[in-house]
Design a protein around this ligand. Structure first.
Ligand code: SAH
Ligand code: SF4
Ligand code: F3S
Length: 469
């Protein structure tokens, strides 16, 4: 079913509220409240969408649970950025077929990026007939209506749109953390990096109005949130297409004024759109954390060109220098892809050269995964898996010692740490410094949500160890 893209957002919200009430009435009559579980794959966009699904489900009288085995309603919020993310979903769905035999009332819903691909929908219709509800990335707010239709019709409901409707504001949301929250500032992506599926499954770039973003952050601050993460696939192009002329730098300055908020983070920045104005705003705004995630993907200009990244290695390294000159203690992290079609030994050396020159505080490294429908999937000279794996290991050998060295420089210093949770050793808690480095130190769960001074006493490659001072 393809729905028309017409609904005005507030009217639509009201409609969904009516469905929520109807479903709640049904659930209120049950002997035991049905339990739900959301299994989220992929990036922070999906994690944030799941908070909205969570909010709606609770409002409809479902209760959360932690184990799929206990759940009556299971949602997989899926990702398709790499093939292994998709394989996990198919694997889990196979398992759920048996679980559903034990609990015939169990409902299974699928949503998220993977569902925006017609071939996936075909596969689900053919091979995974035990799935009850399927929807995409553009209509998550319709969950109440889809559940209701499924109950009424007693048959599977598929509702996938191929483009966005209005941005629906004010969905009920249950935040995973009390003291930190994500805020979407924009949706979609216009960049079409040649390897990437995101623009096809998340649609064209559209920014939320600054007044809606500010109102949301103010409400979060009033609710005890100290740290906000402003989310977008390319936050540096925020504002395009809005009535008010506003840049991301200006938005940061406005969020920086909001009382109660102590830390502001954002992701992701695309190097081609990173402006001097933004670097100045980061340097000026006290609450904006001294961390930037700036994916460079590859060091070879030839590969960058074929990736359609629209910057060069030299431009990227210049940006790094400029950022470090303006904000000397900043941590820079990145994303790197190994094994892009046609990548040679020499290209890998170029990538390693960037790693050595930029000296990243952390890097997410990925082996290229062919995504059907993207231009790179059609390119000649796809790199054999064994070769990509070998180069991947070589890359890590360059990345990790630098990360360790940079962490070691922090030993002896004291940092403000926002405590996040209890560590795997229950006597320890974990938290993040302003520059986003993970810290473990002795403490109890009561500290969660506090910002505490921690003196660093030791370090590993991926985290620091410290003590409260
Ligand atoms: N919008 C963000 C990234 C979103 S996807 C940006 O442009 O920086 C997160 C990361 O996944 C990307 O930075 C890239 O490194 C990786 N990625 C995307 N498509 C991929 C693919 N087909 N194979 C391997 N890694 C991929
Ligand atoms: Fe994908 Fe490129 Fe858009 Fe990032 S900027 S989401 S890598 S197309
Ligand atoms: Fe994110 Fe994966 Fe979708 S990385 S935008 S959840 S394809």
């Amino acid at each position: 079913m393809r729905s028309p893209v017409t609904a005005p957002s507030q009217g639509e919200l009201q409609r969904q509220n009516d469905f929520m009430l109807k479903i709640k009435a049904i659930n209120d009559q049950k002997e035991k409240r049905p339990r739900f579980m959301i299994n989220t794959f992929g990036c922070q966009m999906n994690a944030h969408d799941s908070e909205k699904l969570d909010g709606m489900l609770r409002q409809m009288g479902y209760e959360p649970c932690d184990d799929e085995k206990d759940a009556d309603f299971i949602i997989y919020n899926t990702c398709c950025v790499r093939e292994n993310a998709e394989n996990k979903v198919y694997g889990n769905l196979g398992y759920l077929k048996h679980a559903k035999k034990d609990n015939p009332d169990m409902k299974i819903a699928l949503c998220g990026c993977m569902m925006q691909q017609p071939t996936v929908i075909e596969t689900i219709r053919k091979k995974y007939r035990h799935v009850d509800i399927v929807f995409g990335t553009f209509n998550i707010y319709k969950l109440p209506e889809l559940i209701y239709t499924n109950i009424e019709s007693a048959s599977p409901v598929f509702d996938i749109w191929d483009k966005h409707a209005d941005i629906v504001e004010d969905l009920p949301t249950v935040r995973k953390f009390k003291y930190k929250a994500s805020v979407n500032i924009m949706f979609g992506c216009n960049n079409f990096c040649s390897y990437c599926i995101v623009p096809y499954v998340r649609g064209r770039e559209r920014s939320r109005r600054p007044e809606d973003i500010i109102a949301e952050v103010k409400a979060l601050a009033a609710d005890g949130v100290k740290e906000v993460m402003l989310l977008g696939q390319n936050v540096n192009s925020y504002g395009r297409g809005l009535e008010e002329e506003i840049s991301f730098a200006e938005l940061l300055r406005r969020v920086n004024e909001i009382e109660g908020i102590e830390r502001i983070r954002f992701m992701t920045s695309h190097p081609k759109d990173l402006s001097d104005e933004l670097i100045s705003a980061m340097a000026d705004c006290k609450k904006v954390c001294n961390h930037i995630h700036l994916p460079f993907q590859a060091g070879s200009n030839e590969i960058l060109k074929r990736m359609n990244r629209r910057y060069t290695k030299e431009h990227y390294l210049e940006l790094v220098d400029k950022i470090r000159a303006a904000i000397p203690d900043i941590a820079i992290t990145t994303d790197i892809i190994i094994g892009f079609p046609g990548e040679t030994e020499k290209d890998v050396e170029e990538t390693i050269d960037v790693v050595k020159k930029a000296r990243f505080n952390g890097a997410f490294t990925f082996i290229y995964s062919k995504r059907t429908g993207t231009p790179a999937a059609e390119m000649p000279n796809q790199v054999p898996e064994a070769e990509a794996k070998k180069n991947f290991d070589k890359l890590l050998e360059a990345v990790n010692p630098i990360v360790y060295e940079l962490n070691q420089k922090k030993v002896g210093n004291t940092y403000k740490v926002l405590v996040d949770g209890v560590s795997s050793d229950p006597l320890f808690v974990t938290g993040r410094t302003e520059d986003n480095t993970l810290v473990h130190f002795k403490g109890c769960s009561e500290l969660i949500g506090d910002i505490i001074n921690v003196k660093i006493t030791d370090c590993k490659t991926f985290y620091l160890i410290g003590e409260q001072v």
